[in-house]
Design a protein around this ligand. Structure first.
Ligand SMILES: NC(=O)c1ccc[n+]([C@@H]2O[C@H](COP(=O)([O-])OP(=O)(O)OC[C@H]3O[C@@H](n4cnc5c(N)ncnc54)[C@H](OP(=O)(O)O)[C@@H]3O)[C@@H](O)[C@H]2O)c1
Length: 282
């Protein structure tokens, strides 16, 4: 195959696994992220078809430089995996608007900027693949994950619109919705919640319960390679799905979210994540 593919956020977790899996499948993979030392270590795992590349998806200049290098070395970019992501945690009331902006700069505008950079040449070539990494949080918004869940809801909308816009040009677009996956992402989310615990924080008792529930999620989650295999499927299938859920065990929860009234979903979810057990202030 040897088609050039850019994977963003490949210095860790899902992106790292996807870069290796795609290289082993025969793609010419450019594994992009800001931490170059981690990318160097990854290169050896890609059977010669994997190069690290510096990219900050929140910086259009950096995106342009990375894409320019790929095009110069390997030709027009065939595929992009928009995987780079961060999670800003905390109650909506307490998370600063600067943090909200940081969340959207990476998870949403980063995807927009990468797509804007690669689409003209994909349209010219009349072929290409874009795989966006969303989340189950793009359909079910947990408390204290409002910024992250909103960004992933935005990724759902932009992926649907993009798929419909570029289909006439032969470009295929898929969304992957992982549930809990065992990567360093979970620890960062746990640390993010700490800021909202303790005296003076009005949501602290609920945040503490949520944090305890959340702590169990990632270690028991899917392996990054499970998501990577789905990325390979989306990149190689003749007719890739519009969306994939990994692991499939999340499908019933997503269906219930669509079918049940919000009041019931709210109560069920509060019971599951322990938030229901905290007394309301008198
Ligand atoms: N883990 C889960 O349970 C889970 C569940 C659902 C969805 N997801 C989604 O899956 C994606 C990957 O998550 P993960 O679990 O693999 O997390 P991770 O291990 O923390 O990896 C995140 C990656 O994103 C990169 N990144 C962050 N900001 C970036 C920026 N501005 N420019 C370029 N790269 C950037 C990081 O690299 P550098 O810091 O080196 O730049 C890192 O390689 C995210 O979009 C996340 O929302 C994860």
């Amino acid at each position: 195959m040897y088609k050039p593919v850019l994977v963003t956020g490949a210095s860790s977790g899902i992106g790292e696994a996807a870069a290796v899996a795609l290289a082993r499948k025969g793609f010419r993979v450019y594994a992009g992220a800001r931490r170059l030392d981690r990318l160097k270590a990854l290169e050896g795992l890609g059977q010669g078809g994997l190069s690290g590349i510096e990219i900050d998806v929140a910086d259009e200049g950096s995106i342009d430089r990375a894409c320019y290098r790929i095009e110069a070395e390997a030709g027009p970019i065939y595929g992009v995996v928009n995987n780079a992501g961060i999670s800003v945690m905390g109650p909506i009331e307490e998370v600063s608007t600067n943090e909200w902006r940081r969340q959207f700069e990476t998870n949403v505008f980063g995807i927009v900027a990468v797509c804007q950079r690669v689409l003209p040449r994909m349209r010219e070539a009349k072929l290409g693949r874009i795989v966006n990494i969303g989340s189950v949080s793009g359909r079910i918004a947990a408390p204290f994950q409002g910024a992250y869940a909103s960004s992933k809801h935005a990724v759902e909308g932009l992926t649907d619109a993009l798929r419909r816009e570029v289909e006439p040009f032969g470009i295929k677009v898929s969304l992957i919705r992982p549930g809990f996956v065992n990567t360093p992402f979970g620890e960062q989310e746990q640390e993010g919640l700490d800021e909202f615990l303790g005296d003076g924080h009005p949501y602290a008792p609920w945040v503490a319960r949520f944090k305890a529930w959340h702590a169990k999620g990632h270690p028991k989650g899917a392996s990054p390679m499970d998501v990577a295999e789905t990325v390979v499927a989306a990149m190689t299938a003749d007719r890739p799905h519009s969306r994939y859920v990994v692991p499939a065990a999340y499908l019933p929860a997503l269906m219930m979210r669509n079918l049940l009234p919000s009041a019931i979903v709210d109560r069920l979810f509060a019971r599951i994540n322990g938030v229901a057990g905290v007394r309301r202030p008198s």
